[in-house]
Design a protein around this ligand. Structure first.
Ligand code: PGA
Length: 252
């Protein structure tokens, strides 16, 4: 059985102190009711070390939201995969549409980031997903396939085992407009078939594919009940312990 995952993506929210409070809040709720899925908190770089110290590692894993496409050296302001790993974080989110859209992260850049993350022992939550325009032109399948081929299908099957896919339709992110569970399931099944074509059925069956985009407690259960949806990547609803816990509870 593949891993079920609920991962928060705080984005550029929370001061350090607020972030510690939030992590503590989630940890307290999970201490009372142990989660039936892997729970991950994706935080800004500066929070990583403290959040790792704040949470019980058996209940919560910690993720960065980005890392550099260079190993080390004269890249002022960048944070390397090795630095992320040294905080105790175990995951890194790569390929988020906000990184692709606002910071010009191309397939090639993401390919470098993924390789460096894996080389440094991090697991990668790799985001893919189409824009509204692409969905309206019925190009969503071609878009997600190209994103996989462009940045992660160069990996060996053994490397690919450390990749979690997050399907996030851009039109659903932060808009309150969720993909229907049928719409999401259809493309998740397609993504799994593309992985099967590349790496074989066993690898595809073992790959966790998360849904992201206005996922909240009220729709998580229906989404997560679909056979090819293995959890969620949660933005807005990960910023309050109770809201995030409400989504984790979908697996109870
Ligand atoms: P959202 O964001 O849950 O606020 O829509 C999801 C994401 O961008 O990962």
């Amino acid at each position: 059985m593949r891993n079920k995952i609920v991962a928060g993506n705080w984005k550029m929210n929370k001061t350090l102190q607020e972030g510690i409070e939030l992590a503590k809040g989630v940890n307290d709720l999970l201490k009372k009711n142990a989660p039936k899925c892997t729970v991950i908190l994706g935080t800004p770089f500066i929070h990583l070390t403290e959040v790792v110290k704040t949470v019980d590692n058996k209940l919560i894993k910690v993720s960065a939201e980005n890392c550099a496409d260079k190993e080390k050296g004269a890249y002022t302001g960048e944070v390397s995969a090795a630095m992320v790993k040294s905080t105790g974080a175990e995951y890194v989110i790569l390929g988020h549409s906000e990184r692709r859209g606002y910071y010009g992260e191309t397939y090639e850049i993401l390919k470098e980031k993924v390789q460096l993350a894996l080389a440094n022992g991090l697991k990668v939550i790799f985001c893919i997903g189409e824009s509204l325009e692409e969905r309206e032109a019925n190009k969503q399948n071609a878009v997600v396939k190209a994103e996989l081929e462009g940045s992660v299908f160069n990996l060996s099957a053994a490397e690919f085992a450390n990749i979690v896919i997050a399907y996030e339709p851009i039109w659903a992110i932060g808009t309150g407009k969720t993909a229907t569970s049928d719409q999401a399931e259809e493309i998740h099944a397609y993504i799994r078939s593309v992985i099967a074509d590349k790496y074989g059925k066993e690898v595809a069956e073992n790959t966790s594919i998360l849904y992201g985009g206005s996922c909240k407690a009220s729709n998580a259960k229906e989404l997560f009940a679909k056979p090819d949806i293995d959890g969620g990547l949660i933005g807005g609803a990960s910023l309050k312990p109770e809201d995030f816990y409400g989504i984790i509870e979908a697996y109870n």
